[in-house]
Design a protein around this ligand. Structure first.
Ligand code: 13P
Ligand code: SF4
Length: 308
């Protein structure tokens, strides 16, 4: 068994030997964020995956993110250190569900969140992330009906911002839906001077907006930009708990308070230093998407990368 120090040295060595890049989502364990070549939100990670010249992409994130990287890089090796790292939100929607809506709405447009499987994306016209969902929907023709899936809280945010009425799939992420209005009220009472940084997947987002006007809803990367620009020196971080680590790295000198330590995505935590090391060593846990499916999923993913 290797010590942590030995493992870190081996990861360094193998990263060069395998011509690999390690991409990590903002919700990864702090020690995994530290060894990554790039840490970011879903949009930033997809962009990095699209432009990398590495031969191997080790995706420290969840399955749909690795699939997106595989669609963008059919000739590269995409590895997910634990293939069980899924997403409760992506699990709520199947390609058959999307086809059923399209059968009833042949002139409609399908907009899916990046948190979906590749076969769902293959049925979509547009793919979006929390960082560009509003812009994408705002740009669509007024006379077309829009199916927006699978996150109902993000859909509500997009409806508020664009004034458009959407056909909404009632899916949710268990981590963000689990953040309750009473959690944010309790933190606000304890830190009245702190500003909120709220992710649009949160079940408490509407409560926050109506009770604390001017509260912006932000993608995880948007939180970093907002915290840098804001006059405030303390922030209540209303999303997955390890986002606090990323904010502390990127915006030193300011205070970040996790809304509730129970807001923890166990799928994201399935990636560890140890399985990153083993994956690099064995080139195991490959994620690939069948060429016919990848071809259909590519268009909505490319649109997502281009906008926002
Ligand atoms: P972003 O990092 O794109 O804001 O998404 C959050 C999320 O829940 C990813 O699973
Ligand atoms: Fe999926 Fe929620 Fe985990 Fe993000 S935090 S990966 S949406 S389960």
């Amino acid at each position: 068994l290797l010590s942590e120090e030995e493992m870190l040295r081996e990861i360094e060595r193998l990263r060069v030997e395998r011509k690999a890049v390690i991409l990590a989502h903002n919700y990864q364990r702090p020690e995994v964020q530290r060894i990554a070549d790039f840490v970011g939100d879903s949009l930033g990670l997809a962009r990095k995956a699209a432009e990398t010249d590495a031969e191997v992409i080790v995706f420290a994130g969840v399955h749909f993110m690795a699939e997106t990287a595989a669609v963008l890089n059919p000739s590269k090796t995409v590895l997910l250190p634990n293939l069980e790292a899924g997403c409760s939100l992506a699990d709520t929607l199947t390609a058959a569900d999307v086809r059923a809506w399209k059968a009833q709405n042949p002139d409609g447009l399908v907009v899916v969140y990046v948190n979906t499987t590749a076969d769902v994306k293959a049925e979509a016209d547009y793919c979006v992330t929390s960082g560009n969902a509003v812009q994408v929907v705002a740009s669509l023709p007024e006379d077309r009906k829009i199916f927006f899936a699978p996150d109902m809280f993000l859909a509500a945010h997009v409806e508020r911002q664009t004034g458009r009425k959407l056909d909404v799939w009632l899916g949710e992420c268990h981590v963000h839906a689990g953040i309750r209005p009473e959690h944010i009220d309790a933190q606000r009472a304890e830190h009245p001077e702190a500003e909120f940084l709220i992710h649009p997947e949160c079940g408490c987002a509407s409560h926050a907006i109506y009770n604390f006007p001017d509260t912006p809803l932000l993608s995880t990367e948007g939180m970093i930009h907002h915290a840098r620009r804001s006059e405030a020196s303390a922030f209540i971080v209303v999303t997955e708990t390890d986002m606090v680590h990323r904010l502390e790295q990127e915006v030193p000198g300011k205070t970040f308070i996790p809304v509730h330590r129970s807001a923890r995505c166990e799928y994201m935590k399935m990636i560890t230093l140890e399985n990153v090391y083993e994956t690099l060593r064995d080139l195991s846990n490959r994620v690939s998407v069948a060429p016919e499916l990848a071809e259909r999923a590519l268009k909505p993913i490319e649109r997502m990368i281009a906008i926002g």
